[in-house]
Design a protein around this ligand. Sequence first.
Ligand code: PLP
Length: 397
Amino acid sequence: MQNSRVPGRNFLFVPGPTNLPDRIVRAMAVASEDHRSPTFPDLVKPLFPGLKKVFGTEKGHAFIFPASGTGGWEAAITNTLSPGDKVLAQRFGQFSHLWIDLANRLGLEVIKQERPWGTGNDPELIEETLKADKNHEIKAVFATHNETATGVSSDIAAVRKAIDAAKHPALLFVDGVSSVASLEFKMDEWGVDVIVSGSQKGFMLPAGLLLMAASPKAIDAGKTNKGRRAYFEFQDMIAQNANGYFPYTPSVPLLYGLKESLSILFEEGLDQVYKRHHHLAEGTRAAVAAWGLKTCAKEPKWNSDTVTAIVVPEGYDAVKVIETAYKRYNLALGAGLSEVAGKVFRIGHLGDLNELMLLGAIAGAEMAMLDNGIKIEAGSGVAAAQAVFRANPLLKM
Ligand SMILES: *Cc1c(COP(=O)(O)O)cnc(C)c1O
């Protein structure tokens, strides 16, 4: 239920779901149709090359499952690993935490390395751990490209380098739910074996589609492993997708939405999409600095270009700021999760977004903080973001 007390459009600045472009809303307003018709493949088949382009893969196989991103963690594991297998994962936020939890529940033995929240993957530690694993018992390394809970991005190419430097055969699994289609992703170049994403973040769709890709090595691993799976079986999908169909009933409106999403992304151009996200993130970070506040990301190298987590000063409650923003200004900010609950609020700046939309959110966050007694200068964040936006014209005129 939206906040109907404040007229006008809701300002949706959680990192996901993100705003639906009107084009996507219209594309999804379709009558139901026969998903086994002779013309259905005309819709389905072009989606895969489009997705592969976004994932940065030519060799990999792209998958579209009716699920959310979490289902992708499960599909990655059950298709390639066996219960009892060892995997290596670093924990530095709520999403890297939940993936480890899911892996444990599926019977994997997770070597969990704690990293401070506000930092990301440590490739040196990965290399060291893999070098010490002389018998190659570790079957996969899990990496979270963009930790949405803390606004931290990790260098996936560096993780691959670490695996290679250790001369270790472990598969590389990447959670790209809040990065793919917003931040550059190069599956083949970075040697990623499974990339997991979802429809409701950079793809600008409602939740409901699990979008992922697997390398030939990951797909081969599935031929001999003992992970129990049925619904998420890669082989069933590969067989049916080849002809433009699915093993079960797909969400037809979401597929039309995905087609439109890919068109929108390619019309802007992926490079420009990434540049725009960086630009919007720079404006947000300038606002935070002007407020005299800190981001959860501990060093600039961890900065995420899709979400910024802002630490409220000691003695103040971020939950109250979020509540005021929502009730008084119809602005939805992201909450602090788990270890950073009450300490941070998050501004999601990904998807269908431009400078003026973001300035509205920065202004709203500013007012909500002032309303809660946080001592910042009114207008300072907006002015700082404006300066960034004006200094770097996003669109050439
Ligand atoms: C949103 C998110 C998820 C969870 O995806 P669901 O679609 O909610 O299942 C997983 N990982 C990251 C990094 C996310 O941002």
